[in-house]
Design a protein. Structure first.
Lengths: 109, 109
DNA sequence: ATTATTAATCGTAATATTGCGATATAATAA
DNA sequence: TTATTATATCGCAATATTACGATTAATAAT
């Protein structure tokens, strides 16, 4: 055990869960906000801004990259990270669907 | 280690991360969709619908409840779960802010 | 009172996550 | 070549998550 039983859920449910998991960490939220504010970003900046070790931030960036949420291009010695628009919009759409299912008032409770 | 360093992030970042974490699992997404579709819900239904053990679903429900996303009221022998509108709207607002920060095109990458 | 029925909790095993120091890699600069 | 700088990866320890069988607690039905 310890592993999610993905087989029993729909592709959409699994996909959304993976994307949400990727952003469900304050450090990764902070990273995304930083990237969006700068409309570009360099890892070194984050090590100064956030109070986490370089190895830790690199790992968080990797997770965001694995989920397809950000993209990194080598810019000389540095690496420039930015939002991957396709995935970002996909997440937005999937969330809109999820929230859209809410009818407001409940009959029970 | 193994614990998130919440102290170094803002309250909003931590709050959003907690809410996202709560819904970042396919089973919990399925549960929320089920609750919203029925506009009410009973745990037993979920055990039949989803292919997870009763203990597992109860645990997922507890996590959603802990995060304040759902609310459960005892209805005789059964328990009726439903969305907690306040938290649900809060999450929606926080996400709108996060996505609102995205400027679209990037200057780099 | 006894027996279902429903859901919560306990205990446990397997696996995942978080964070960091140390080290490796890669590109530039001296 | 030899530093220097920037980022990635490795290895590890601490903790968290996922899942489930077994048990418990509480109400309802017989």
């Amino acid at each position: 055990m310890g592993t999610t039983k993905s087989e029993i859920f729909t592709d959409r449910q699994n996909e959304l869960a993976v994307l949400l998991k990727a952003i469900a960490h304050p450090a990764r939220i902070a990273i995304l906000q930083h990237i969006m504010a700068a409309n570009a970003c360099i890892c070194g900046d984050l090590v100064d801004e956030l109070g986490l070790a370089q190895a830790t931030i690199s790992q968080h960036l990797k997770e965001l990259k694995n989920a397809g949420i950000i993209q990194g291009t080598i810019e000389g010695v540095k690496v420039c990270y930015c939002i991957e628009p396709k995935t970002w919009k996909l997440l937005q759409t999937q969330l809109a669907d999820l929230f859209g299912a809410y009818q407001g008032q409940n009959t029970c409770c």
